[in-house]
Write a protein that binds this ligand. Structure first.
Ligand code: API
Length: 281
């Protein structure tokens, strides 16, 4: 038996299983993660977060991320707010630094249960997305059915943002997976569809790399605001309205992206990981 501290947390309906591996090492296989992610056989999640002891000085915790398909994710905005809130509770103060494979993320409690996170710099070069061929990421040569000409942004995770007239008219389950796995994205990509509502408001829906349709994607909201500002469609600060709620995103003058929004904890307990991931049937 491997009894592990277990949390179910949510950022605007983007849902996470949080396993605490700070006292005992956890090393799940891809198949075991997929089993845990299964909403019928396991517990279900968009991303799984494993908390580990930090490596870098100044970090309060290390956050490792995996998608529902078992693959590793390099950033997750919604999970970062959840973990920041959790670690703030542990430490008893409102400023924490979360370490990830993509770097150190500083988070701050700003009241009303909201957390602001510096998601780090928005990377815009084609090699940073990454994409298969040299291009200006402001206009990437990708098209499928009714959508074309996305903007590429890497905010720890890779995003391709397509601007559309009506996000509700997009057949996400049809074109989402084809774009995620498009040959132009050698490491796959998160795919956002964005509709400009006003100079500081964007409606966005997402097909997440490794997780499919989710109700929200924090790094995707960051990428979307940066893409819109680069195209001159919005200012550098605005609200991104996803299916699960609203995030405030600001592309700071120093090139970093600041994301502000809520978090939720719905369950706290322990699980027998062996029984759950290996199954009985
Ligand atoms: N839900 C996450 C995004 C996860 C990105 C992941 N799907 C990948 O890059 O593989 C968020 O709130 O930012």
């Amino acid at each position: 038996m491997t009894i592990v501290p277990f949390l179910k947390m949510h950022g605007l309906g983007n849902d996470f299983v949080v396993l605490d591996a700070r006292k005992q090492k956890l090393d799940l296989t891809v198949k075991q993660r997929q089993r845990l992610a299964d909403r019928h056989m396991g517990v279900g999640f968009d991303q799984m977060v494993t908390l580990e002891n930090p490596v870098s000085a100044g970090a309060d915790v290390f956050m490792r991320l995996h998608n529902a398909d078992g693959s590793e994710a390099r950033a997750c905005g919604n999970a970062t707010r959840c973990i920041a809130a959790r670690i703030m509770g542990e430490k008893g103060h409102g400023n924490v630094v979360i370490e990830t494979v993509s770097g150190l993320l500083a988070a701050e409690a700003i009241g009303n249960g909201h957390i602001a996170v510096d998601m780090g710099p928005a990377h815009l070069d084609w090699q940073d997305i990454p994409v298969a061929a040299a291009c200006d990421t402001l206009h990437m040569p990708v098209a499928l059915g009714p959508v074309s000409d996305p903007v590429g942004v890497n905010v720890g995770s890779s995003h391709a943002v397509f601007f559309v007239d009506d996000v509700n008219a997009i057949d996400l389950p049809l074109i989402g997976p084809q774009l995620e796995n498009h040959s132009f994205f050698p490491n796959r990509a998160n795919i956002e569809f964005a509709q400009i509502i006003g100079p500081d408001r964007i409606r966005m829906r997402v097909w997440e790399r490794g997780a499919g349709i989710t109700l929200a994607c924090g790094s995707g909201a960051c990428g979307t605001l940066v893409a819109a500002a680069r195209r001159g469609l919005t200012s550098r600060k605005g609200e991104v309205i996803v299916d699960g709620g609203t995030l405030t995103i600001e592309w700071l003058e120093n090139g970093h992206v600041r994301m502000t929004g809520p978090w939720t904890l719905s369950y706290e307990g322990q699980i027998d990981l062996d029984a759950l991931v290996n199954g009985h049937g």
